[in-house]
Ligand binder design. Structure first.
Ligand code: NAP
Ligand code: ZN
Length: 349
C-alpha cells in the first residue's frame, strides 16, 4: 500500500519525554479523507496511555483523540465531505460496521472490537494506529465528524472526547429539567459536564477536591459546589438522581452512593488504574446502581456537536505549542489546568 511520512509528536517509552517522530499514514482508499490537523486536545487518557497506566501501550505512541482540521483530499467514493471542509475525529476510526452494536450506532461497543485512533492495531498498515499529535491523518469518512460553526475552533476540539464522554451518559440517564445531577471532579470532562448538564436543564452540583475551583464552578454554570474533602459539606449532599464520576485516580465512591436518591445511579467515566471498592449496603439500600459509560458512537457524537454549537458550548482551554506538550503533561498530572490543553499543530516542526 502507498504510504506517506508525516511529522508527529510522541514517545518511545513511558518515562521518556514526548518528542518529534516521523510516522506513516496510508494512501487514500476510496472512502477515506485526508485531514490537515489544526488543533488537538490533551485528554487525561492520553497521559494514562503514554504512561502505560492501564497496561497494553505499544511504543512508540502518538496520542491525541480530540482532533479538528481541514479536509485536504477525498477518496473517489466520498460524498460526505469536500476539500476545504472543517472536520473532526474523536476516539473511533473504525469498527466492524455490521454487528448489533454498530447497527445501533454504538461503535464503541463493537462486538468485533473497534479501532481507537491511537495505540490500536492498524488494519491497513499493520503495527499500531497513531493519533492526533501529528500534522495529518487519513481516516474512513464514516468515522469523521462534520464540524458545525464554532466561534473558537480550538476550544471546540475537546468536544470530540470530553464532550461526548459526558453528553452520552447525561442523555442515557435522562438528565433534564427537574433532575438533580452531581459531577465529581472539575477537569476536562467535569467542566464540560457542568456546561452540558446545565444546557439540558438539570440542577447541577459539582464535587471538587480543589478549594480554588469552588468559585469557578459557579462561573462555569454549576448551581452548587461542594468541597469533597469537607465531611460537613458532604453530609449536606443528598437526593441526586445521577452522579457522573470523572475522577482519574483511585478515590472513595461510597460517600457518593450515599448521596443518591432511591433508584439513583453513580456513573463512572473516569478510568483509575486501581479497582474501586463498593460497600454492599450503599447500593442495596435504595436500589442504587453503580455503572459506567464509554465515549459515545459516531451518530451521537455528531448530535452532541450540533447540541454544543446550538448552545455555544466549548471548552475553557489553554492553547499551547507543540514544544509545550511535556510541561502540559506534568501540569495535567498535577491537576493544574483550566480546563483543557489544546495543541496548535501549526507549531509542529
Ligand atoms: P482531568 O482533566 O485530569 O480531570 C480529572 C479531575 O479529577 C481533576 O481535575 C480533579 O478534579 C479530579 N481528581 C484528580 N485526582 C483526584 C483524586 N486523587 N481524588 C479525587 N479527585 C481527583 O482528566 P480528564 O481528561 O477530565 O479525564 C478524567 C478521567 O476520565 C481520566 O481517567 C480519563 O482517562 C477518563 N476518560 C474516560 C473516558 C470514557 O469514555 N470513559 C473518556 C475520556 C476520559 P478536582 O480538582 O475538581 O477535584
Ligand atoms: Zn479522551
Amino acid at each position: 500500500m502507498e504510504t506517506t511520512i508525516v511529522k508527529a509528536y510522541g514517545t518511545d517509552a513511558a518515562e521518556a519525554p514526548m518528542q518529534n517522530i516521523d510516522i506513516k499514514r496510508r494512501g487514500l482508499l476510496a472512502n477515506d479523507v485526508e485531514i490537515d490537523i489544526l488543533y488537538c486536545g490533551i485528554c487525561h487518557s492520553d497521559l494514562h496511555a503514554v504512561h502505560n497506566d492501564w497496561g497494553g501501550t505499544t511504543y512508540p505512541i502518538v496520542p491525541g483523540h480530540e482532533i479538528v482540521g481541514k479536509i485536504t483530499k477525498i477518496g473517489s467514493e466520498v460524498t460526505k465531505f469536500k476539500v476545504g471542509d472543517i472536520a473532526a475525529i474523536g476516539c473511533i476510526v473504525d469498527s466492524c460496521g455490521h454487528c448489533h452494536q454498530c447497527n445501533e450506532g454504538e461503535e464503541q461497543f463493537c462486538e468485533e472490537g473497534w479501532t481507537v485512533v491511537f495505540n490500536s492495531p492498524d488494519k491497513h498498515l499493520g503495527g499500531m494506529t497513531y493519533g492526533g499529535f501529528s500534522e495529518r491523518i487519513v481516516a474512513d469518512a464514516n468515522y469523521v465528524l462534520k464540524m458545525p460553526d464554532f466561534d473558537d475552533l480550538a476550544a471546540a476540539a475537546p468536544l470530540l472526547c470530553a464532550g461526548i464522554t459526558v453528553y452520552s451518559p447525561l442523555k442515557h440517564w435522562k438528565v433534564g429539567p427537574g433532575k438533580k445531577v452531581g459531577i465529581i471532579g472539575i477537569g476536562g470532562l467535569g467542566h464540560m459536564a457542568i456546561k452540558i448538564a446545565k444546557a439540558m436543564g438539570a440542577e447541577v452540583t459539582v464535587f471538587t477536591t480543589s478549594e480554588a475551583k469552588v468559585a469557578d464552578a459557579k462561573r462555569l454554570g454549576a448551581d452548587f459546589a461542594i468541597l469533597s474533602k469537607d465531611p460537613a459539606q458532604m453530609k449536606t449532599a443528598r437526593g441526586f438522581d445521577m452522579i457522573l464520576d470523572t475522577v482519574s485516580a483511585k478515590h472513595d465512591v461510597n460517600t457518593y452512593l450515599q448521596a443518591l436518591n432511591v433508584d439513583g445511579s453513580l456513573v463512572l467515566v473516569g478510568l483509575p488504574n486501581e479497582p474501586l471498592e463498593v460497600g454492599a449496603f450503599n447500593v442495596v439500600n435504595g436500589r442504587k446502581s453503580f455503572s459506567g459509560s464509554n465515549i459515545g458512537g459516531i451518530a451521537e457524537t455528531q448530535e452532541m456537536l450540533e447540541f454544543c454549537a446550538k448552545h455555544q458550548i466549548t471548552a475553557d482551554i489553554e492553547l499551547i505549542s507543540v514544544p509545550e506538550v511535556n510541561e502540559a503533561f506534568t501540569r495535567l498530572e498535577n491537576g493544574d489546568v483550566k480546563y483543557r490543553f489544546v495543541i496548535d499543530l501549526k507549531t509542529l516542526n
